[in-house]
Write a protein that binds this ligand. Sequence first.
Ligand SMILES: [Zn+2]
Ligand SMILES: [Zn+2]
Length: 410
Amino acid sequence: MKHASHGTQSAHQRSNRVCLMPIVNRVADLQADIQAWRRDIHQHPELGYEERRTSAFVAERLREFGCDEVATGLGGTGVVGVIRGKKPAGNSPVQSIGLRADMDALPIEEASGVPHASRTSGKMHACGHDGHTAMLLGAARYLAETRNFAGEAIVIFQPAEEGGAGAAAMIKDGLFERFRIDQVYGMHNLPGTPVGAFAIRPGPIMASTDAVNILIEGRGGHAARPHLSIDSVMVGAQLIVALQSIVSRNVDPLESAVVSICEFHAGNTRNVIPQTAELRGTVRTLTAEMRALVEKRVREVVEGTARATGARIDLEYVRGYPVVVNHLAETNLAIGVAKEVAGSGNVRERPPLMGGEDFAYMLEQRPGAFIFCGNGDSAGLHHPAYDFNDDAIVFGTSYWIKLVENTLAA
Ligand SMILES: [Zn+2]
Ligand SMILES: [Zn+2]
């Protein structure tokens, strides 16, 4: 699957390399090191909040590069490096920008077949956070060597993006108080987008992710005497169908929402109506208003179904990551940088993704933008055959470097 590049795509890449010699060439010198770090991290995946080896690796490299400050232990295993430019920022309103990477892996058995595959069974870097970490390390090394900017670049390596809200944990640990961060930027690789291309949009770019846990308590009994029971299976089935009417009947057709009930557990034999049933699912939206509307309707539908069927239904509605909302000015800045790195034809506006990202918490604190960096035709994110595409390293790393040099122009 991996690294299979199409003729047209590699022609694009070649032309990019030719017209963007200055930046790509300097990063190209670092490419072998960045790739080696990436593969090392890939071989040693660690789940959220357990990134001890990875965060020690990151902190060691940052010290080696000569970062002015290296702070560890933020939000558990988070690491922050501070790199001061050659010149002070003076009176510039933007004196410092934060660049964020994530370090955690997933509980998936790797089936990529690559030589640098995971050495820990049941864990793998299936979301490319190994690549994100390595690219930001590469940028840190370059920035610490050259320091061709005014102010401070803050490199942020966070734990537990995959459901653990590591970004929120770092914020709670004082990320934005301990370090001056005027703007904050995030990047994620994206399979299906060509290597050397970037995708971004102003406004919502990734969805809020809320969890729905439902416990139905009916009345168990003999399958042949349903009138004496309250059938938790039927209540669950009705509830699933009724919940689907939220998106089709309550959500403006021009807006977006997802309600997916993905677990339904009930019963263990053919001729017994089970006493209880359990449903679990997820709600995704792209605005705070839509999020509130869908939550309200889920609560009402559950209440109504309980009343209609006589079952007791406990609903646990757990708000997860907020919507990732890109700020307009910073998004335009990011687009300008991406075009400089990739060529204007390779930077496209894309519709939002209904997946979630805890970078949302950082964008609630500071203006900034989240961008996708093409991973080519690799397997999809969270797929056992996925691997980060090392050909994307020069583009992602160059983006980080240019973002600092342009935003904090000396
Ligand atoms: Zn992921
Ligand atoms: Zn990810």
